[in-house]
Design a protein around this ligand. Structure first.
Ligand SMILES: Cc1cc2nc3c(=O)[nH]c(=O)nc-3n(C[C@H](O)[C@H](O)[C@H](O)COP(=O)(O)OP(=O)(O)OC[C@H]3O[C@@H](n4cnc5c(N)ncnc54)[C@H](O)[C@@H]3O)c2cc1C
Length: 473
């Protein structure tokens, strides 16, 4: 196969994983070409739209290796790949120091938000990105790559890999309706995964693709996954699980209601019911678990949160971009009534069912016997609050998929693994196209940005056969 360009390292995708990998490889002396499908100067991607918090299981990345390993173990019920978990726990601080040395500004917003890209993007309901954290970071890293002699080619989509030759991997691409072949010694797939593509969502997550929201930039359309599979790669467990949030149902058509405010603080304080008024999942397992549970319902657009005035005035106001007052202010539907039966009538839920479910729940809260409910309600992380103080509320919701938790199986150095779990020579992957870390029984969310950056850095160091010296971090 003839080739148009040759390089030592070819990176597919210009989000954080690809940008970090490309810069570190160039720092370590490699010739680098990054190809990016988006053609605009500020091409959209999840990194550009990110909330910007670098964390590991909602824990400060500088809280110590042992602490991070325990957090990953707890969050995933011990199912995370040990080598990738160790890579993250070991290298998160080193990666964040590297980012700072690249002139990326990080600030603290309190709580686990100790390392947040500045200027922060969480400035109000709806999507805000231009001139903010993720956008500034990508433009800075792109400029740094150029200064290091690396190249970036926009408007170029990788479509296939050919590993049959003796001399590296050939990546087939499309650019302005033309095809071109790039040869590289090593290839890093960093295209963000598949959560922007309805067909792939249908293959892995839910057949009801038009009844879930793609809470993402819709740029991750599964090319990397398909190329890796064709090259013999294994996929991780948990392809059906995703990182996402519950949102007002009106977010399906109202852009002011996503990516924020999301319902995390509410769903973990009250009850979620389906269209029959019946609880369907354990709210105490957390907001990400509940977002997945809603996607698996017969009708993912048919569920509600039910709570009272005390919850609305308490947890409802607690997030950075809180549901109260933003959901009603931005046009999100909320039913409000003095009794549960009246509320059920307004929401179109069978009143007797809802009354029964709320009564059972309140009794269990009073008696401290929430484990006896069906489904059980955990209280170790999120206390269950009673639903007793009128007025009562029903909030119709939808689920928003940010990115998949499953993906290409990699080892602790980002090498793509085959079905025997052996590295496929010269093929690497980093970012949300990879799996094997998040998941477990509670569908625990470990990390988006931090994992993407650390594994991008690791891929580049493995390819270069060298580590960045400490002065460069
Ligand atoms: C609204 C929102 C808020 C978030 N907030 C947080 C947060 O606070 N903390 C956190 O940790 N995570 C957060 N995340 C998740 C985090 O942003 C992602 O985990 C991370 O940005 C993924 O980076 P990536 O490089 O893997 O993918 P991406 O940033 O999606 O980049 C992949 C790139 O590959 C390109 N591409 C796709 N296909 C091809 C192809 N065939 N050829 C060439 N290029 C291709 C795409 O155009 C894209 O530019 C958030 C995400 C969203 C959407």
């Amino acid at each position: 196969m003839s080739t148009d360009v040759s390089t030592e390292v070819l990176v597919i995708g210009g989000g954080i994983a690809g940008m970090v990998a490309a810069n570190v490889a160039a720092q370590l002396g490699k010739s680098v070409l990054l190809i990016e499908r988006g053609s605009e100067e500020k091409y959209p991607c999840n990194t550009r739209w990110t909330g910007g918090t670098f964390h590991v299981c909602h824990t400060d990345p500088f809280s110590g290796q042992e602490n991070l390993l325990q957090a990953i173990d707890r969050t995933t019920g011990g199912t995370a790949r040990k080598d990738v978990a160790l890579a993250l726990a070991e290298d998160s601080p080193r990666f964040i120091r590297w980012l700072r040395a690249e002139s990326i500004r990080l600030i603290s917003l309190g709580g686990y938000n100790t390392c947040v890209l500045a200027p922060p993007s969480r400035i109000g309901p709806g999507l805000h990105w231009e001139g903010l954290g993720g956008d500034v970071m990508l433009r800075t890293l792109e400029a740094n790559l150029k200064k290091r002699g690396g190249h970036m080619q926009r408007g170029t989509r990788a479509t296939a890999l050919d590993r049959s030759g003796q001399d590296g991997i050939v990546v087939q691409t499309e650019c302005d309706d033309k095809t071109a072949n790039f040869r590289a010694q090593d290839v890093i797939i960093a295209d963000g995964g598949f959560a922007g593509d309805f067909e792939m969502i249908a293959s892995y997550i839910t057949p009801h693709t038009k009844r879930v929201l793609r809470r993402n930039a819709c740029t991750a359309t599964g090319d990397g996954l398909r190329m890796a599979l064709a090259a013999g790669a294994a996929l991780s467990n948990g392809m059906e699980n995703f990182y996402g949030h519950l949102l007002s149902r009106n977010a399906m058509e109202n852009e002011r209601l996503w990516p924020r405010p999301y319902l995390d603080a509410l769903v973990t304080a009250c009850i979620a019911v389906d269209g029959d008024g019946i609880r369907f999942a354990d709210e105490g397992l957390g907001p990400n678990y509940m977002a997945n549970a809603v996607a698996r319902l017969k009708d993912p657009l048919g569920s509600f949160l039910v709570f009272d005035q005390a919850i609305w005035s308490g947890p409802g106001t607690s997030a950075l971009i809180a549901c109260n007052p933003h959901i009603p202010n931005c046009g999100g539907t909320m039913y409000k009534a003095q009794t549960i039966t009246e509320l059920a009538g307004m929401a179109g839920i069978p009143g007797a069912n809802l009354q029964h479910v709320v009564d059972d729940y309140n009794q269990a809260v009073t008696a401290g016997k929430l484990q006896g409910l069906s489904p059980a309600r955990h209280t170790d992380r999120y206390p269950a609050l009673p639903i007793k103080v009128a007025p009562f509320y029903a909030l119709p919701m939808c689920t928003g998929i940010t990115h998949g938790m499953g993906g290409i199986l990699i080892d602790g150095n980002s090498a793509v693994l085959d079905k025997k779990h052996e590295p496929i020579p010269h093929l690497y992957a980093a970012g949300t196209v990879t799996g094997g870390l998040d998941g477990g029984p509670a569908i625990g969310y470990v990390s988006g940005l931090t994992k993407s950056g650390v594994m991008g850095l690791r891929a580049a160091e493995k390819i270069a056969g060298a580590k960045l010296s400490s002065q460069r971090q």
